[in-house]
Design a protein around this ligand. Structure first.
Ligand SMILES: [Zn+2]
Length: 450
């Protein structure tokens, strides 16, 4: 489609790249012209077709353009346990002797969050759902990089200080405080930065929130039409605890308290029965797949069954490094391991969709982002495919998923604004981010060991 010429020149014209639009499975535009005006795509067609004049033109031969990735569940601050957490066997929040988010000062949390977020951005994520403690300190530290951030406090009413010692007890004061902080965050930030900031209700998990607290969360989230991002069926311990206290599975409990609906992003979905999967599908809830974290800890989410049941699948990197290209590759492999081979319903296009449109649906923005099409926001990623591991480029999608890497990203645009240029963040000093995060992590580890 071509832009309305009478609307004036384009703000930016990208020419010569191959475009994976994501609009219809496998849609490719070779030697494309992408026109952007006022933050939206107003022209996308082969460059052989006429296109409007532009204030700025970028020739991008040898590049591959994709929609921005939506990293639907991330804890940017947890880069502090990089290289360690993956080998602990369970979430660091539960492990004595490991630095925790609550141990970080707000400044340390900001420094760590900047690193986790810039890594995601440099790897092509244009939107991250980021939740943890210190959300009031880290939200704007992430947002300053320019990407979309849908943030929230880690909300629970279990006393994590006691959980680390194996004792589970709920404290209404803890829940009330975290809920109030979430609603304050929503009041202050939801819709800020031209809509690039949203606030989610990050209910930690069905076993770390009491049923009564889950009901309160569901009511507040519904009243404000907030997305709820939770861990669901993340561990056998969670399933056993919920069963013992309520007689229900975690998915049944969420349904019971009013959280299982199309505003729910259910992350992990590891230990779900066929009945749970049918319930998820019927509710319109979204499953956020964490292939690398789960596989690294020896676990597989039943993504083939979830997909077959019709559950919308999104993708994330959680506490692992924020490379969504790698996450796509792991998602494909872990589905095929369960299927015992290569099948028609688990192809590169399927995991590409999870990383893009599936995520956009999960965060409720499929009309604006998730694919590249005229009328949508100009959130896009430019991969430099002039590299040995990306040649020959006979099948760009298959090559991207099987041999691409986040570090092949050359440019990232959000709302048509260039946030990454030559693989470096435009708005921030990358070297400084790395140094400050390293200092923060070393200080945290030193205190934890002491
Ligand atoms: Zn998580």
């Amino acid at each position: 489609m071509s832009a309305d010429i009478t609307a004036g020149p384009l703000d930016l014209l990208l020419t010569g790249a191959t475009v994976l639009t994501g609009e219809t499975t496998g849609t490719i535009v070779e030697d494309a012209a992408i026109g952007i005006r006022d933050g939206r795509i107003v022209h996308l067609a082969p460059a052989s077709k006429p296109f409007p004049s532009a204030k700025v033109t970028r020739a991008l031969p040898g590049r591959l353009v994709t929609p921005g990735f939506i990293n639907a569940h991330l804890h940017a601050v947890l880069v502090m346990v990089r290289g360690v957490a993956a080998d602990l066997g369970f979430a660091p929040s539960y492990t004595p002797g490991i630095p925790k988010g609550t141990d970080a000062t707000p400044e340390e949390a900001r420094a760590l969050a900047r690193l986790g977020a810039v890594e995601a951005l440099l790897s092509g994520s244009t939107l991250v759902c980021d939740h943890f403690v210190h959300a009031d300190a880290t939200l704007d530290a992430i947002a300053e990089l320019g990407l979309r951030v849908h943030a929230g406090w880690r909300v629970h009413d279990v006393d994590f200080a006691r959980v680390a010692n194996g004792e589970w007890s709920f404290d209404a004061a803890i829940g009330d405080d975290l809920l109030r902080r979430t609603l304050d965050l929503h009041d202050r930030w939801h819709g800020a930065n031209g809509g690039r900031i949203q606030v989610q209700m990050a209910a930690h998990a069905p076993d770390t929130c009491s049923p009564a607290f889950l009901r309160t969360i569901a009511g507040e989230a519904a009243a404000r039409n907030m997305r709820v991002n939770t861990h669901l069926a993340q561990s056998r311990v969670e399933v056993e605890r919920v069963k013992a206290s309520t007689g229900l599975s975690p998915a049944e409990l969420l349904d019971e308290v009013g959280l299982l609906n199309d505003r729910l992003l259910a992350t992990h979905c590891l230990y779900v029965s066929d009945t749970d999967i049918a319930r998820l599908a019927a509710s319109g809830a979204h499953a956020v797949h964490v292939p690398k974290c789960n596989a690294a800890s020896g676990r597989l989410a039943p993504t083939p069954a979830l997909k077959a049941a019709g559950v919308n699948l999104a993708l994330c990197t959680d506490t692992q490094h924020g490379d969504m290209v790698e996450a796509m590759r792991w998602a494909l492999a872990t589905a095929r391991i369960q299927q015992g081979g290569v099948t028609a319903d688990w192809q590169p296009a399927d995991v590409f969709r999870m990383a893009t449109l599936g995520g956009a649906k999960a965060v409720g923005m499929a009309d604006d982002i998730g694919t590249l099409a005229v009328g949508k926001k100009a959130d896009l990623v430019v991969f430099d495919t002039r590299r040995p591991h990306l040649r020959p480029l006979v099948n760009p999608l298959g090559t991207l998923v099987h041999t691409g890497q986040g570090r092949d990203v050359e440019m990232v645009l959000v709302d048509g604004e260039t946030l990454v240029e030559d693989g470096r963040p435009v708005r921030a000093d990358l070297d400084r981010i790395c140094i400050e995060a390293d200092q923060a992590a070393r200080a945290l580890w030193a205190r934890a060991r002491a």
